[in-house]
Write a protein that binds this ligand. Structure first.
Ligand SMILES: Nc1ncnc2c1ncn2[C@@H]1O[C@H](COP(=O)(O)OP(=O)(O)OP(=O)(O)O)[C@@H](O)[C@H]1O
Length: 968
């Protein structure tokens, strides 16, 4: 496409953005909105519109070759991306769900699901392609040196001796002659056979008519079959059931378009280079040509200011006051003025456009800050306590605020990205919207704009020099005219040097330079002296390169597979909104999962500005049955952002860096490299193991819970500027202790098994990818229907086992059938309903799941309350029953404890009671009965039979009671 097309695309995007910004600012009504569906509709409409603008801006940024236009687009693009993340966050908080469905909005605005796919900005990778390639090379080299990866096996060319070569030729020639002779012998044999048969039938002549009919029958049948096949194919194409033949060929215009796109990228690079050179050249030229004039006029103005101030009041009228000097600086006092300090901005203050109040307020604030700093040094301990108090209060306040908000209604949270977008939009309107560009056919940089920009810089530089000169001149003038001594300044200067803190203590310097954390002791408290720590550090001083190498060799830093997010096949669910409207929670589709990965992972990791200002996601959990593509998504995260991949799975760190200090060192290394070479993804596979409630015996040796205590600390240490994302994957989240698990993983993406539409797309994709052909393929819809319950991993395994090299060669003669593929699929275990229900039940217990359940219940008018003893949210009606159940559980526990403590001979009683306890745990029971029973067992425990009888008796009563609790 041409420059004009992309410029138009940009202009349209800007226009859309302008309208949207106007609506957003208008919609910032002070009145909170109470109707959730209306609020959600508004947010979702904004979201969809921003995503459309994002699409256009991304393409424009990728293809426009004008370097100065790209600067504006980049700013707006980042603003739009950030706003999308903010809106998503708002929707999550409003709906208490990670997944949102926009099918009704798509329908209203006549859009396709592709329009709300989140595009991955190509500049994430393009801008650091060289660095990434270099890093990839180093990684490969380290792996090869460590023997962890083979270099491509070279094809060995075996040198052959002359005799050997002759022998091979002889063998081939003799084989050829043998084959010829065999053919010849076969001919002779057939001839003889024919003659023998002719002799047998010598009396009868062949019936020519019958033979002709026979031949005609076969031939006509064959010809008709071919014709019918052709007609059927044509009909299918006509009906749109099969693609036309040219559909499988790569379109020439598409190839041309791709070539042009590549060419535009080259031109873009060239223009960028030229622009960078021009920035330096034009600045130098401006400095030479306009510098002296600027300097002179500045000096003139400042000098005039000196004179005005020095003038005796009675001579006020004799001088024309310099208009550029601010009024507050024109005190005609009869004295020379004090020159503004460098820190205050020098002469810029006297030319500044600020009001005097603003300048005074700024100065006062600065002074106050300095005073505060000196005071606060001694009160650090007190402050920390206060901080904690404040934190608690804040937490309370937040909760109250939330409750109030819920009562009052919803209000849009302040945005970090709206100002950025507005600034970019104004920049576009001021400079680019109506710019005449007839002269710039090649879309090179605009020198006039560069001059405007650089003139300001040159002026600023010269002003600093002029300040220096004028300060000296003023001093001389004061000495010469007023005979004033410069005492104050000298002492002031001394102070400033010490204040400036130029001498940084070495330990602090090292920490700043390397972020090395050894200044604090391993337990996290500052028990070591600083000098000791520094010595320690110097001993252990390591370059990032050596740490990188060690991590790669230890298998902790691994090479991510090249997988794009678009390779994660999955279709959009068209029923989301409809189902939610009838209070059925829809299963998210794979397209929704893809979208969340882009929003929570790829966009923030790819852009520093976005990561710093958008809602922060430090840890992400991907939970779902085996084979739904969790690992694939982790690799896609790295591929799309060029991130390093660290593997901290329990099985991978088992036995490495043993002990507490070893683990601390390992984490220090990993996160140091991750932060320095950001963006980085730290992957923890089977992350539920780190949070096991009880470690299984078989896994005890692996120490799966090693990271449990450290993870929250690590998360705390990750700041907004560190583009590091911890991604956990799990197939059994229900094995983990929920509270600490959800504390670490605040964002949870539950990945479901694929639905019909996704399976349909996946089968098609996989068959084609593995060399199968679709024209003669089995009915895909049949396969999609039959494979319900199986995950992507199962489907891929089935396709790969069936489509072997041999089978692919046979495809022309023997088309692929659904039965073959289903056979391979059926050999695997699908995801059973029970497992799926376990996932759903687990998710309902997570904070977001609970919040959603509560909100839904409240919406439907059922009053809910959080249970104090378990993580459930339940209705008020069930509260009494549940409380009694909890009491009973506790009583049982007490009873069981008492019996366990009893002598060994009472083991039988214990067994019975334990069994009984199990039964009670499943049912609701009365506490009183059990308490009495416990007492009885304790007193008369020698009579087991009596105890057992009593137990059974009690069982019947309890069964009756429990029914009562179940139906309150
Ligand atoms: N949506 C998808 N589109 C294409 N291929 C997919 C998709 N999802 C998964 N796959 C493929 O399925 C296979 C299994 O995926 P992966 O190993 O990532 O699953 P997993 O959920 O991590 O499994 P496990 O939990 O057993 O480790 C991989 O080959 C992956 O490329």
């Amino acid at each position: 496409m041409s420059h004009v097309t992309y410029n138009k695309m940009w202009a349209e995007a800007q226009e859309g953005l302008n309208n949207l910004l106007q609506t957003e600012t208008e919609d910032k009504s002070p009145k909170p909105l109470k109707d959730h569906p209306i609020v959600f509709q508004m947010l979702a409409t904004f979201y969809v519109k921003y995503v459309q603008i994002f699409h256009n801006l991304e393409t424009a940024y990728d293809q426009i070759v004008h370097p100065q236009k790209r600067l504006v687009i980049r700013q707006v693009l980042e603003g739009v991306m950030g706003r999308i993340l903010e809106l998503k966050n708002e929707m999550v908080e409003l709906e208490n769900s990670e997944f949102h469905y926009f099918d009704d909005i798509l329908q209203d605005q006549k859009l396709c699901p592709e329009h709300i796919e989140i595009p991955i900005p190509r500049y994430f990778i393009k801008e650091k392609l060289k660095v990434l390639k270099e890093r990839e090379k180093i990684l490969a080299q380290i792996l090869v040196n460590a023997g962890l990866q083979d270099i491509e096996p070279k094809k060995h060319i075996k040198v052959m001796t002359f005799e050997e070569a002759i022998r091979i030729i002889q063998i081939s020639e003799r084989a050829r002659q043998g084959r010829l002779r065999a053919e010849f012998m076969k001919q002779i044999y057939l001839e003889e056979k024919r003659e023998r048969q002719a002799r047998l039938h010598s009396g009868k002549s062949p019936n020519l008519d019958a033979s002709a009919v026979c031949i005609q029958k076969v031939w006509r049948g064959y010809i008709q079959m071919k014709r019918t096949e052709k007609i059927r194919e044509e009909e299918m194409i006509f009906l749109g059931m099969s693609p036309p033949p040219h559909f499988h060929r790569i379109s020439a215009s598409l190839m041309q378009a791709q070539r042009v796109e590549a060419m535009r990228c080259e031109v873009q690079e060239k223009h960028e280079e030229e622009y960078k050179k021009a920035l330096v050249a034009i600045k130098n030229r401006l400095r030479e040509m306009e510098g002296p004039d600027i300097k002179e006029s500045l000096q003139e103005q400042i000098r005039q200011w000196f004179i005005e101030c020095r003038l005796p009041p009675q001579n006020q009228g004799s001088l024309e006051l310099v208009s550029v000097i601010k009024d507050e600086f024109r005190h005609i006092t009869g004295k020379f003025p004090d020159y503004p300090d460098e820190e205050d901005g020098g002469s810029i203050v006297i030319f500044s456009q600020k009001t005097p109040e603003q300048v005074a307020a700024e100065l006062a604030a600065k002074e106050e800050e300095l005073q505060k700093k000196s005071k606060d040094k001694g009160k650090k301990g007190k402050k920390e306590k206060e901080k904690k108090k404040k934190g608690k209060e804040k937490g309370k306040e937040k909760q109250e605020k939330k409750a109030n908000e819920e009562k009052e209604g919803w209000k849009m949270a302040p945005s970090n990205f709206l100002p950025i977008m507005e600034e970019g939009n104004n920049w576009y309107k001021d400079v680019w919207q109506h710019r005449e560009e007839g002269w710039n056919f090649h879309q090179e940089y605009d020198p006039e704009l560069v001059k405007e920009e650089k003139r300001k810089e040159v002026k600023e530089e010269i002003r600093v020099q002029v300040d220096e000169l004028m300060r000296q001149e003023l001093k001389n003038l004061k000495l010469a005219v007023d005979r004033e001594k410069d005492k104050k300044k000298r002492s002031g200067k001394k102070d400033k040097v010490s204040h400036a803190g130029l001498v940084i203590p070495p330990a602090q310097f090292l920490t700043q330079k390397w972020g090395y954390n050894l200044l604090t002791s391993r337990s996290g408290t500052k028990t070591r002296t600083k000098s000791f720590a520094v010595e320690d550090y110097i001993k252990n001083a390591r370059t990032i390169d050596s740490l990188y190498k060690e991590l790669v060799e230890g298998g902790l830093l691994i090479k991510p597979k090249t997988v794009k997010l678009s390779d994660y096949v999955g279709e959009y669910s068209y029923l989301g909104t409809t189902l939610r409207q009838v209070d059925i929670e829809p299963m998210p589709s794979l397209a929704d999962v893809r979208q969340l990965i882009a929003l929570y992972g790829i966009l923030p990791l790819g852009s520093q500005a976005l990561h710093e200002k958008s809602p922060l996601v430090k840890a992400l959990l991907l939970a779902g049955p085996a084979g739904v593509g969790k690992k694939m998504l982790v690799h896609a995260l790295c591929t799309e952002t060029g991130a390093n991949l660290f593997n901290l799975s329990a099985s991978n760190i088992a036995g490495k860096y043993p002990g507490k200090s070893g683990l601390q060192m390992l984490l220090n290394m990993v996160f140091k490299v991750a932060k320095q070479l950001q963006p980085s993804v730290v992957w923890i596979g089977n992350t539920e193991k780190t949070f096991y409630k009880k470690v299984p015996k078989a896994e005890k040796e692996m120490e799966p819970k090693r990271l449990k205590k450290n993870l929250p600390k690590i998360l705390k240490s990750l700041k907004a500027e560190d583009r590091v994302l911890i991604v956990g994957t799990t197939t059994r989240p229900f094995d983990a202790d929920l509270r600490p698990f959800c504390k670490v993983y605040k964002k949870i993406i539950l990945i479901p098994r694929p639905d019909y539409a996704s399976r349909f797309a996946l089968w098609k994709h996989i068959i084609l990818q593995n060399g199968g052909s679709l024209s003669k393929s089995p009915t895909i819809s049949c396969l999609a229907k039959m494979s319900d319950g199986f995950t992507q991993g199962h489907i891929i395994y089935a396709a790969q086992t069936i489509l072997s090299e041999r089978r692919i060669r046979q495809l022309n003669r023997k088309p692929l059938t659904a039965v073959e593929l289903m056979g391979a699929l059926a050999r695997q275990d699908p995801v059973y309903k029970e497992e799926e229900d376990m996932f759903k039940a687990w998710y309902a217990k997570t904070p977001l799941g609970k919040a959603r359940a509560k909100a839904l219940m409240e919406e439907s008018g059922v009053q809910t309350r959080a249970c104090a003893q378990c993580p459930d949210v339940h209705t008020v009606q069930r509260e009494n029953g549940l409380q009694r159940r909890h009491q009973a559980d506790e009583a049982f526990q007490r009873l069981a404890d008492k019996i366990t403590a009893a002598e060994q001979s009472k083991a039988k009683v214990y067994v019975v009671l334990a069994n009984f306890q199990l039964f009670f745990q499943q049912k609701s029971i009365t506490t009183k009965k059990i308490e009495t029973l416990g007492m009885y067992v304790q007193k008369k425990s020698s009579k087991y039979s009596e105890a057992i009888f009593l137990l059974k008796n009690c069982q019947v009563k309890v069964q009756r009671d429990s029914r009562q609790y179940e139906n309150p």
